[in-house]
Design a protein around this ligand. Structure first.
Ligand SMILES: Nc1ncnc2c1ncn2[C@@H]1O[C@H](COP(=O)(O)OP(=O)(O)OP(=O)(O)O)[C@@H](O)[C@H]1O
Ligand SMILES: [Mg+2]
Length: 225
């Protein structure tokens, strides 16, 4: 049987709990012998991580909003072609912490470049690679801010944006989700980590993602030839 890959993305404002849920899913997949690749944006490949440094560096004051949009999509193109597409072709699950919807929300809505423009530029970067399922961790800016302040000592260039910017980004995410109801699952990120994770697992079960990607466990005493 040829297994097809499945592409899952996590989206949401800063501090909404994406990294936390991705980590929980990673551990769960490991326990369950589910074949998956985990990555993050911006980054995930050598070149993409270099671009990430440019984007997040607080010293890069001369970056324009348009340049920022291109940098994110350049990093995405490298990740898509070098890691995501090959893994999907091999029938794997790919999980990405942030993806194209972050660009549409942050640059399109937050920076006012417009969702249409950012989507068009990113269509070139994606080259047909779209997520099958997107979990949106929806959280008010206030709670996100509080969570992050407790743990993050130094904010990067994207995190230093104003509360107004963050509110626009949150509404941007919700609008994109409304336009793509089949792909999106909106989760209330103010709930407990465990409760959210339970919802994530039940959505994956509903879509039969877990059963289809479980690899057969080798018997304890088997030897590699
Ligand atoms: N459901 C939750 N309830 C309470 N605290 C949470 C919850 N989920 C995550 N946190 C805490 O909030 C903080 C931010 O979480 P996390 O780093 O996972 O968010 P993120 O969305 O990845 O943020 P960023 O966009 O800044 O990378 C962490 O300290 C984490 O332990
Ligand atoms: Mg994170």
């Amino acid at each position: 049987m040829i297994r097809t890959g499945f592409f899952i993305t996590f989206e949401g404002v800063d501090g909404s709990g994406k990294g936390t849920q991705v980590e929980m899913l990673k551990n769960y997949f490991k326990e369950q012998n589910i074949d998956a690749i985990f990555t993050r944006e911006p980054g995930g490949t050598k070149v993409s991580e270099k671009i990430r440094e440019v984007i997040l560096d607080n010293n890069n004051k001369e970056l324009t909003d348009v340049a920022e949009m291109f940098l994110f999509s350049a990093s995405r193109s490298v990740l898509v072609e070098n890691l995501i597409k090959p893994a999907l072709k091999q029938g794997k699950i790919v999980v990405c912490d942030r993806f194209v919807d972050s660009s549409i929300s942050y640059q399109g809505y937050g920076r006012n470049l417009g969702a249409d423009l950012v989507e068009k530029v990113n269509d070139i970067a994606l080259n047909g690679c779209k997520p099958n399922l997107t979990f949106l961790l929806d959280l008010s800016g206030e709670i996100g801010e509080k969570r992050n302040k407790q743990f993050v000592e130094k904010q990067d260039r994207m995190e230093t944006n104003s509360a107004m910017f963050k509110q626009k980004v949150r509404l941007g995410f919700l609008e994109i989700a409304q336009r793509n109801p089949k792909r999106f699952v909106i989760l209330d990120a103010s709930k407990s980590k465990e409760e959210i994770f339970g919802q994530i697992l039940s959505e994956l079960e509903k879509r039969k993602v877990l059963t289809l990607h479980k690899t057969k466990k080798k018997p304890e005493n088997s030897h590699e030839l």
